[in-house]
Design a protein around this ligand. Structure first.
Ligand code: FES
Length: 99
């Protein structure tokens, strides 16, 4: 499994699973965007974008906000993204994304 998929399983990042493929794709894209220095709507300093290690919960929520979860599994989804960042070496994240 991709580290994001494992984190979703370990953090109850889904209930019915209807939104899960999109949430996981969004989470993987989030990791890629942050590594590329992209800013979000809630980034306070546009000249100093967050890194994976400095990514706040509000940044994760904003960057994941394009996908709705009718089951309200948002707490688990945010926890899964946080766990992926905390437990996965950056090189492994980069390799899992093909870059
Ligand atoms: S897990 Fe059911 S819609 Fe998200």
């Amino acid at each position: 499994l991709h580290p994001v998929q494992t984190a979703f399983l370990e953090n109850d990042g889904f209930q019915c699973g209807y939104c899960t493929p999109g949430q996981i794709c969004a989470a993987v894209a989030l990791l890629d965007e942050v590594q590329n220095g992209s800013v979000s709507y809630v980034t306070s300093d546009l000249n100093n974008p967050p890194t994976l290690t400095s990514l706040s919960e509000s940044e994760i929520k904003e960057r994941m906000s394009g996908n709705l979860c009718r089951c309200g599994a948002y707490n688990g989804i945010v926890a899964a993204v946080q766990q992926t960042i905390e437990q996965t070496p950056v090189a492994e994240i980069e390799n899992s994304q093909g870059g």
